[in-house]
Design a protein around this ligand. Structure first.
Ligand SMILES: [Zn+2]
Length: 192
């Protein structure tokens, strides 16, 4: 996790879009040199552009990673009673640190959040989800790993924060307890 606030850090499952305005909002000034941003036109579209750096300032989605740890029937989910999470189950994951690849990031987040360890070479690619909120968008790279390939004891990161294997059938029977996009990715992992 990245530290934006002291307790509930900047895991994108918790993120308040206001915390990452600098990435998501059209810039007024160049982040490199401070020059007022102008406009560059490329193939008919206008982009924010720094005339001093000759740099297009892209309003790119924020990358994140998730992992579906599962066996033939059960999947690892987090149950975190925090307002940002809207009372639903979620997948382990977060943001990559600078210079950290997505597989390394998701393995680190898995261990931080659940105590379970996985080898990046055991991860299977599942999908990339493009998730949009009013002021920010995410590309969420999703991997899967077999439960038999992870080691360690379940040991959650915070008090009142639960992580455990639950039957997929139980989760499917309570669709109000999980985001549709998370359930979709879990099902894709089981099918893969
Ligand atoms: Zn500049």
């Amino acid at each position: 996790m990245l530290s934006h606030s002291p307790v509930l850090l900047c895991d994108m499952r918790f993120v308040d879009p206001a915390d990452i305005d600098s990435v998501a909002v059209e810039p007024d000034y160049c982040h490199r040199c401070g020059t007022e941003v102008g406009t560059s036109v490329f193939e008919g579209d206008e982009y924010p552009w720094c005339p001093a750096c000759d740099l297009v300032l892209s309003r790119s989605p924020v990358p994140g990673v998730h992992v579906v740890v599962h066996d033939d029937s059960d999947v690892l989910v987090l149950d975190e009673p925090i307002p940002q999470h809207e009372g639903v189950l979620s997948l382990p994951g977060g943001h990559a640190k600078s210079d950290e690849g997505p597989k390394e990031a998701v393995v680190r987040e898995l261990e931080e959040e659940t105590g379970l360890r996985a080898d990046p070479t055991d991860l299977r690619f599942v999908t990339i989800l493009h998730a949009e909120k009013p002021r920010v968008a995410f590309y969420l790279i999703t991997y899967a790993v077999d439960r038999s390939a992870v080691s360690g004891e379940l040991n959650t990161e915070f008090d009142g924060f639960d992580a455990g294997f639950r039957p997929l059938a139980e989760i499917e029977a309570s669709p109000d307890r999980i985001r549709a996009s998370d359930l979709d990715r879990i099902q894709m992992a089981f099918e893969g």
